[in-house]
Each structure stands twice: as C-alpha cells, then as structure tokens.
Design a protein around this ligand. Structure first.
Ligand code: HEC
Ligand code: HEC
Ligand code: HEC
Ligand code: HEC
Ligand code: HEC
Ligand code: HEC
Length: 410
C-alpha cells in the first residue's frame, strides 16, 4: 500500500451523524425571533428569550433525532449521505475521489465509475483486514476480506468469503483470476446466445458479443445481474421476505433470456448471517420438480438460480431413489434416517415449499435438500466450496454435514 492507499475510507466520512448545518441554522432563527420581539421589561425578556431558546433547541434536537432514526432504522435500502457512495464529478479539491481495488489495496483513479459510484462492486464489498464484516462508512456487507476472516466460526457471511478462493482455486467461484482447472461451469447446458467469456464460462473475464444486457459484465455482476441497492425491501438490519423484482429479488439474484423477469425469493437475514443460530438465518425457497433447470422450470428458488449455470446437475438427477446425481430440491423422506433432522442447522440449511420468517423446525416430508445445503455461494475454506470439510481424512469430519440428513451414516 503506497500513498493514499492505506485504508478504504480514509478520505470521506459519514456526515449523517454530525448534522453540520445545525449550529448556523439555529443562530439565524434566533436572530429572527429577537427582531420580532420588542420588549420593555429586560429581565422578563431575557427569561423569555432563554425559554424560547430552549424550546427552539429542543425542537431542533427532536427533528434531528427523528431524521437520524428514520435514516438509520427504517429500510434496508442503502442509507447515509449520497456522498458516502457517489461522487458527482470524481473530483474534490482538484483530486479524484473514485477508487480502484486490485484485490489487495485501494488507489485513487481518474476514471469515473458507472452510476457515479466511488467503488466497483468488489471495492465496496471488500475489506483489507480480517475482522471487518460490514464497512463502517457505506455499511456494505463484506464478501472479500484480504486477510483470513475472523468475525465468526463460519469465516464469512452466508455466501462465504472470496478470501478462500484467492488462496485455493477449487474453493470457490473465481472472480479475481482465471480458474486453473475449469474454463466452463461444470454441468453447464450448452448456451449459444451468451457471447464470448459468458457467465457460464469464466467469471473473471468480461462478457462481449451477447447483447447490451450482458456485455461488459464481469465477476460479481455475472451472478448478481440486476442489483437494486435503492429498492425498499424490508427493515434495515432486521431482515425480511423478498419476493419480487421491485424488491430486487433475494440478494439481487435474477435471470435473463428464458428466465428474464424472474429471480430468487427468500427471507434475507438482517446481518447476512454474521451471527447465526437455529432461529437466526436466511430462509430459502424450494420446489420439487424432477426435470429441467432455471427459474422457468424450477420456480423462484435458489436451486433454480444455481442451475442457470450448472443445469445438467439438476436435469439429470433422476426423480426418485436410486438417484443418478445427488438430488437438489428433493423432499426429505418422513421415515428412516431423514426423520431425525428436526432442528434447523444453519450449516446444512434446507429449502421450504413456502416462505415464512426464520423457523427452528425442519419438517421431513415437506422441507428439501438443495444446492446450498452442501455448498456456499461465493467460496469457503473447503474443497468445492463445501460448507464443511467433505475432503477431510477424518471420516467423522468428512461426513459431519452429510449425516445431518443421513443420520445413520457415521
Ligand atoms: C451506501 C451506498 C449508497 C448510498 C448512500 C447512496 N447510493 Fe445511490 N447507488 C448505490 C449503488 C451501489 C448504486 C448502483 C447499483 C444499483 O442501482 O443497485 C446506486 C445507484 C444510484 C442511482 C442510479 C440507479 C437508480 O436507482 O436510479 C441513483 C440515481 C442514485 N444511486 C442516487 C442516490 C442518491 C440521490 C443518494 C443519496 C440520497 C444515494 N444514491 C445514496 C449506492 C448508494
Ligand atoms: C458504494 C458502495 C457499494 C457498491 C459500489 C456496491 N454495493 Fe452492494 N451493497 C452496498 C450496501 C451498503 C449494501 C447493504 C444494503 C442493505 O442494507 O440492504 C449492499 C448490499 C448488496 C447485496 C446484498 C443485498 C441484500 O439484499 O442484502 C448484494 C448482493 C450486493 N450489494 C451486490 C453488489 C453488486 C453486484 C455490486 C456491483 C454492481 C455492488 N453491490 C456494488 C454497497 C455497495
Ligand atoms: C456464482 C454466483 C455469485 C457470484 C460470482 C457472486 N455472488 Fe454474491 N451471492 C450469490 C448468492 C447465491 C448469494 C446468496 C447466498 C446465501 O444466501 O446463502 C450471494 C450473496 C451475496 C451477498 C449477501 C451476503 C451474503 O454472504 O449472503 C452480497 C453482499 C454479495 N453476494 C455480493 C457479491 C459481490 C460483491 C460479488 C463479487 C465480489 C459477488 N457477490 C459474487 C451469488 C454470487
Ligand atoms: C453465472 C453462472 C454461475 C452461477 C449462477 C453459479 N455458478 Fe458455480 N460456477 C460457475 C463457473 C463459470 C464455474 C467454474 C469456474 C470457477 O470456479 O469460477 C463454477 C464453479 C462452481 C463450483 C466448483 C468450484 C471450483 O473451483 O472447483 C461449484 C461447487 C459451484 N460452481 C457451485 C455453484 C452453486 C452452489 C451455485 C448456486 C449458488 C452456483 N455455482 C451458481 C458459474 C456459475
Ligand atoms: C439436507 C439434507 C441432505 C444432506 C446434507 C445430504 N443429503 Fe444425501 N440425500 C438427501 C435426500 C433428501 C435424498 C433423497 C432421498 C430419497 O429420495 O430417498 C438423498 C440421497 C442421497 C443418496 C442416494 C440415495 C438413493 O436412495 O438413491 C446418496 C448416496 C446421498 N444422498 C449421499 C449424500 C452424501 C455423501 C452427503 C454429504 C456430502 C449427502 N448425501 C448430504 C438429503 C441430504
Ligand atoms: C449433498 C451435497 C451436495 C448437493 C445437494 C449439491 N452438491 Fe455440488 N458437490 C458436492 C460435492 C461433495 C462435490 C465434490 C465432488 C463430488 O464429490 O462429486 C460437489 C461438486 C460440485 C461442483 C464441481 C464439479 C466439478 O466438476 O468440479 C459443482 C459445479 C457443483 N457441485 C454444483 C452444485 C449445484 C449447482 C447443486 C444444486 C443443483 C449442487 N452442487 C448440489 C455436494 C453437493
């Protein structure tokens, strides 16, 4: 890190708490009050003034407080000063404001960014230490710590952390550099209309020749196709159900082509599972359908979402035991070993046929295994972005997630 690169948020700070306009506004108001009151009795007058002064101060404090509370607590759409995130001219005092992030440090750039933003997706959602899980200024949840994340036992938020793929090619989706082993999404159905370097091929490269909706997309934006940071979805840091395009879909996960206008539905945990328990977690939608892939066939589920790029893993899974590939969105049988999965374990989540607030009960006969029962979405400390170490040479560790459902296999 060289000059001006040290910390992400050094040059701008949140103005929302200090309310800089307040003192000057107050004194000008008091002047007007003074001019209007023409009083003979000076001592009465000064008492009156003191009282009015206090009243005005109280009113202003109330207004300031309510504005502040509204800004902080009401909605999950981005909050805070516009200038925390946007720069109108990419210039302040003659120097640039926008910042590039190269995967290890931040540097000022003269090239303005789309939507007049200060950072790229990765820039806003990254931290150059191991203990930041939410950016202090923008409040962005962190998905990439350049140093091993330490803020919880999962070592990342719900989707996992890209730190792990930077340090192990097979541990996640490669958004920063090419995957050394894979040049296409394993299990991808053949796509002919997606141009060069499509989302189904390399996530680190830029799409071209696919049409205006996709051209130019790279990394994050190949998966989060249509982010809506200003959508009003649910209470800030509390979480809530997200079920439609106006809300930006669950975690901005939507489709294109045949799946256009469709996206994932879910319950978004307020702190993105920074803290997590059987009652404190995301909720995922599931839909048992034997064939097909993508939102059009599988509904607004997260499995549908994954199969948009890994379709064959679902189309070929079969429809009953014996299965040909591990099923996703298959209902846990009510009997046998599956009947023992009763309390929701956020390390091995299930999908539900309909959505509600987080629930600690797992109901075999209703709830389903899904892609995210076994995998993280971004990257994890384990091979193939598994949620536990399935490759461990210790059998009990390797099976630790499998036998949450297959409770007799240990
Ligand atoms: C915490 C960061 C953040 C803050 C604060 C913020 N924005 Fe944004 N804004 C974004 C991001 C990220 C995008 C681009 C992606 C998107 O639309 O989801 C965006 C997009 C926009 C867009 C273009 C897309 C659209 O929704 O129309 C406008 C206009 C905009 N912001 C205006 C504002 C204004 C005005 C403010 C202050 C009231 C503000 N923003 C505050 C992050 C922020
Ligand atoms: C200027 C900072 C900034 C930039 C740039 C930015 N984000 Fe965000 N992003 C945020 C903040 C702040 C939140 C948290 C909003 C909230 O509380 O719901 C967020 C939330 C998200 C979420 C989670 C949504 C949810 O419902 O919890 C996703 C996914 C996401 N951003 C993806 C992206 C992608 C993809 C891009 C690039 C197109 C991007 N972000 C660019 C600041 C940013
Ligand atoms: C392979 C597709 C994919 C890529 C690439 C991807 N995301 Fe995500 N992202 C997801 C999915 C799926 C979820 C939901 C995970 C869950 O709820 O378990 C998610 C969740 C998130 C969240 C919510 C926090 C969390 O951990 O759940 C944020 C913020 C986010 N992504 C931002 C980003 C940014 C920024 C990038 C690029 C650096 C990115 N994503 C790249 C698929 C992707
Ligand atoms: C936009 C397309 C896209 C989506 C959506 C997508 N993936 Fe991938 N996935 C890829 C590509 C491309 C690769 C191969 C290159 C790489 O590792 O980035 C890949 C690789 C993988 C790997 C192997 C990682 C490795 O490096 O060996 C796993 C596991 C995986 N994806 C699981 C998932 C899951 C689970 C979901 C749903 C949450 C999902 N993918 C959604 C494109 C996608
Ligand atoms: C979230 C629950 C869940 C987890 C975790 C899980 N499975 Fe399964 N598994 C199922 C369900 C449900 C079926 C289908 C059962 C049926 O239809 O009889 C299944 C089927 C199977 C089958 C095929 C059985 C047959 O009758 O054809 C095998 C083998 C299997 N799982 C192995 C594993 C392994 C290995 C792991 C760990 C990597 C694992 N499973 C993790 C729920 C799970
Ligand atoms: C029962 C757990 C389980 C479920 C459910 C599951 N996977 Fe996997 N997946 C694994 C394991 C374990 C591996 C590692 C390779 C192996 O053992 O087959 C893997 C490997 C992968 C790979 C890498 C394949 C390669 O060639 O390197 C991709 C991509 C993938 N899974 C995507 C998905 C998608 C998409 C879904 C949902 C349709 C899904 N997985 C559901 C356990 C699971």
């Amino acid at each position: 890190m060289g000059r001006g690169h040290a910390t992400k948020n050094k040059e701008h700070s949140s103005g929302s708490l200090s309310l800089p306009g307040l003192p000057s506004l107050l004194s000008s108001k008091i002047m007007k009050v003074e001019n209007r009151v023409n009083c003979a009795n000076l001592s009465f007058c000064s008492k009156l003034y003191a009282f009015r002064y206090m009243l005005i101060v109280c009113c202003f404090m109330l207004i300031a407080l309510s504005t502040l509370l509204f800004a902080l607590s009401s909605e999950a759409r981005v909050a805070g000063n516009c200038s925390n995130c946007h720069t109108m001219h990419n210039s302040q005092g003659g120097s640039s404001v926008a910042k590039d992030f190269d995967g290890s440090s931040f540097s000022l750039t003269d090239t303005p960014k789309g939507n007049l933003l200060i950072y790229s997706c990765l820039g806003c959602h990254s931290a150059t230490d191991g203990n930041t899980w939410q950016d202090i200024i923008t409040k962005a949840p962190i998905v990439f710590n350049t140093i091993e994340p330490t803020y919880n036992t999962v070592k990342g938020l719900a989707g996992g952390n890209f730190y792990w793929v930077k340090n192990g090619d097979t541990k996640g989706h490669n958004i920063l550099s090419p995957d050394a082993n894979l040049s296409v999404a394993p299990g991808a159905v053949a796509f002919t209309t997606c141009g060069t370097n499509s989302c189904h091929a390399n996530l680190d490269r830029v799409v071209s020749g696919a049409g205006s909706g996709l051209d130019g997309k790279q990394g994050c934006e190949k998966c989060h196709l249509d982010p809506k940071h200003h959508a009003n979805d649910h209470d800030y840091m509390v979480g809530g159900l997200v079920t439609n395009a106006d809300q930006g879909w669950y975690r901005f996960l939507s489709g294109h082509e045949a799946g256009i206008g469709l996206g994932a539905e879910g319950y978004e945990d307020g702190d993105w599972q920074k803290t997590v328990s059987s009652v404190d977690h995301n909720e995922y939608l599931g839909y048992q359908n034997p064939g097909g892939y993508g939102f059009l066939m599988l509904g607004n589920t997260t499995t549908a979402y994954c199969t948009g790029c890994h379709g064959i893993f679902h189309t070929n899974q079969g429809s009953q035991s014996p299965w040909l590939r591990h099923p996703s969105d298959a209902i846990l049988p009510v009997s046998g070993e599956y009947a023992n999965y009763k309390t929701y374990d956020p390390l091995v989540p299930v999908a539900r046929p309909s959505l509600d607030v987080p629930n600690a009960t797992v109901t075999p006969g209703t709830d389903m295994v899904m892609c995210l029962s076994c995998h993280r979405a971004h990257a994890s400390p384990d091979f193939k972005m598994m949620r536990w170490d399935y490759k461990s040479s210790t059998l009990s560790e390797a099976l630790s997630g499998c036998n949450v459902c297959h409770s007799s296999k240990n």
